[in-house]
Design a protein around this ligand. Structure first.
Ligand SMILES: Cc1ncc(COP(=O)(O)O)c(C=O)c1O
Length: 420
């Protein structure tokens, strides 16, 4: 049976085959990459819809093209639902990706060369938080804070000290690889003391925030950026929330500042995911993500693995492999051989380069979407521990792969797509 429309099979069998292969991969492997998830059928249906066909530059009721009535309604739905979900004063739902949301936020607040303070990528921050290879590091004078050597957690006194020294126009908080909660109120106090704007990038934790499973940045940050495809489980994309006073600046920074035609099929799918995120089931789902991650963490600690910060408060954890004679790249490849998809990740104070690293990052959003709970997390922790403790045992990985497929079959995903 195929989940691909017969049309695609006829028109482009080559590509249809790739989609079949990816369906097989997604359904039969364990996705443990914390930034990935399985969008619902309703979201997939909307993003794969005829709404991809229209140009709608501008905003509802202020478009540069005719024929936008349904697009206006869809964008308004997305905006209003997101505003309600996050109690935000203003929302822009047009950013194509998390990176474009951050670019627009900087465009709204900064001039080229302005001083910004963000979390170092080596300690968990994102590329767009000032990495030299990224536009952010090239166009702005980024300074960085990291985590403390003592406990690998954010040291707010140190952030304050650096802020007092460099006097940034903007402080960016939020991370891609930080397993603990972030205290946005403390960041607000620091920003106020130095007269800086505060931006919270909650690309990863947005689902947790929506469900009250992580402190909320919206009351404290001038601007909040986030993605819709990670814990929020929507289509690939992003949004920006801000205070009323910045609304016009943000809207103009997204369009015409940094983007032109909005991806209206994606915006419509965002509306669907914001609706899904308002449900009781979604709140339960986010709770389970955190519970699952805590179990995974406890089991790995029991098995003698060192996790950065000693554990997790959120949807992800980071294994430090430095004392295992393994690097992150090889470890992630071994896990993949056994059907467990994770990613290599630098750990704080890593001595290895970013393409090798000493860490592996694991997360529970996707497995939790499949319905996996505590018992399955124990199984997964066991497999991860066996694989990483016996790097030469290729046979074991193949054996585990069979068990992984069996587990995936017990927690099926996208069965309904077979009748697409
Ligand atoms: C904290 C953070 N910000 C921004 C982004 C960028 O999102 P995108 O990959 O959609 O550009 C990511 C992606 O991983 C992220 O973790």
């Amino acid at each position: 049976m195929s989940y691909i429309d017969t049309q695609l099979h006829q028109i482009d069998p080559q590509l249809a085959k790739l989609l079949e292969g990816e369906y097989e991969r997604q359904t039969k492997t364990l996705v443990m990459i914390p930034s990935e998830n399985y969008a619902s059928r309703a979201v997939l249906q909307t993003i794969g819809s005829i709404m991809t066909n229209k140009y709608a530059e501008g905003y509802p009721n202020e478009r540069y093209y005719n024929g936008c009535a349904y697009y206006d309604m869809a964008e308004n739905l997305a905006r209003e639902r997101a505003k309600k979900l996050f109690k935000a004063e203003h929302v822009n739902v047009q950013p194509h990706t998390g990176s474009s949301a951050n670019m627009a936020a900087y465009y709204a607040l900064l001039d080229i060369g302005d001083t910004v303070l963000g979390m170092s990528t080596e300690h968990g921050g994102h590329l767009t938080h000032g990495k030299k290879l990224n536009f952010s590091g090239r166009w702005f004078d980024f300074h960085t804070y990291g985590v403390s050597k003592k406990d690998e957690r954010l040291d707010y006194d140190e952030v304050r000290e650096i802020a007092l020294k460099v006097k940034p126009k903007l402080i960016v908080c939020g991370a891609s690889a930080y397993p603990r909660t972030i205290d946005f109120e403390k960041f607000r106090k620091i920003a106020d003391e130095v007269g800086a704007f505060l931006m919270a990038d909650i690309a990863h934790i947005i689902g947790l925030v929506a469900a009250g499973e992580h402190p909320d940045p919206v009351p404290f940050a001038d601007i909040v950026t986030a993605t819709t495809h990670k814990t929020l489980r929507g289509p690939r994309g992003a949004l920006i929330m801000c205070k009323k006073e910045l609304a016009e600046k943000i809207d103009r920074a997204v369009f015409p500042g940094t983007q032109a035609g909005p991806l209206m099929h994606q915006i419509a799918a965002k509306a669907v995911c914001f609706k899904e995120a308002q449900s009781f089931g979604f709140k339960e789902y986010q709770k389970q993500i955190v519970r699952n991650c805590a179990i995974l963490s406890d089991c790995l600690l029991e098995k003698g693995f060192r996790l950065t910060t000693g554990g997790t408060d959120n949807h992800l954890l980071m294994i430090d492999l430095s004392d295992k004679g393994l690097n992150g790249r090889d470890a992630a490849d071994m896990l993949e051989e056994a059907g467990i998809c994770a990613n290599k990740n630098s750990i704080p104070f890593d001595t290895r380069p970013p393409m090798i690293t000493s860490g592996v990052r694991l997360g529970t959003p996707a497995a939790t979407t499949r319905g996996m709970k505590e018992e399955e997390m124990k199984l997964i922790a066991n497999w991860v521990a066996q694989i990483l403790s016996n790097p030469r045992d290729h046979e074991m990985r193949l054996k585990i792969k069979i068990e992984v497929v069996e587990l995936c079959e017990q927690f099926p995903i996208y069965l309904d797509l077979l009748n697409w």
